[in-house]
Design a protein around this ligand. Sequence first.
Ligand code: ATP
Ligand code: MG
Length: 367
Amino acid sequence: MIVRRLKLEGFRNYRSAEAEFHPGINVIVGENAQGKTNLLEAVGYFSGCRSHRTRAERELIHFDRQEAALELELTSRGRDFRLQARLARGVRRQLWSNGVRQKSAAGLDGILNTVLFCPEDLSLIKAGAAERRRFLDEAIGQLRPRYAEAIAEYRKLQESKTRILRDWQDQPAMMDTLDTYSLRMCRVGAQIVRYRARYLAQLGRFAPGIHREFSGGREELGLRYQTVKTVTDPSAPLEEVFSQLLEHMRAHRRAELESRSCLSGVHKDDLIVEINGVSARTYGSQGQTRTAALSLKLAEREVSRDDQGEAPVLLLDDVLSELDARRQEFVLNRIGGGQVLITCCEEETPGRLRAGKVLRVHGGALV
Ligand code: ATP
Ligand code: MG
């Protein structure tokens, strides 16, 4: 997958800009607050049709403008694409693929795959389970649009069920539908469990090797999928996983009514990361967990490459400045073999990166 050209009009602090990218390593250099992250955000927008930083589209439109237009030319699976998005204040956004208007973001599914790594991701291991679920959901969703649909449906079910659990005492009629929602959550949940189990197995083929190299052979990384307790084998046939989820949910029915919240389901899943056999979250040092987070992201790229037959575009935002020299060196040696867009502040970095191209950003313009 190669992104070739990006055109922006009124996006974030870009009034009007055009960038051409090299198929190898592109280094985006500039001082703070000039528009480096905004540029990565614009490219990343076309995978999943949303920003990695915000859910509010209006934030993406330049303060002084009524609308923003993004256009990205890329090659994916041997085909050329021109993807366009128009965001306007108070109006539904519009999307096009090769000039054809798309009804929804699903129309752009699977065209651009990216793996994004930003400074916040360095705390992936130490953060709460929700962050790791988000990591899984985004990674799997890019490869399997059906998974993204299941997650969206599950969220809606969970919201509806939460409303019932919260309000049923005032409106007892709501109770009639509680079990229907629970049942459906288990149905969709079973699909989610199987996708997650499969993805973790794929991740487990790459992450330990990367981490071993990263830690100079000192650390063994282990990944474990933690889901609802009653599920004995997350890769078991769908019906089996479903009935085990249901068993757990039924056992917690009373507790859910009392606590007025959804206690049972895959919305509590976690990805357990171990280093040398113990929980990295509990025992890992700052350096260890940061390294493990980076290993996971680089493994995500390998899984995507393996699955799709071509490397996703790697978007690295400001990661080097957060790493020590040895880890920087590892990252620099590891990122070849696919297109990379990497932002940095230091002037000397482009040389060390063996950049194919250096783009300089200043005040929302490419100079
Ligand atoms: P750093 O090195 O600090 O990460 P950066 O080059 O990555 O800096 P960006 O995050 O890309 O900086 O943001 C650049 C500027 O864009 C910020 O000063 C911000 O105020 C501005 N900005 C963000 N959203 C908008 C918007 N909707 N309209 C105009 N300017 C915006
Ligand atoms: Mg930035």
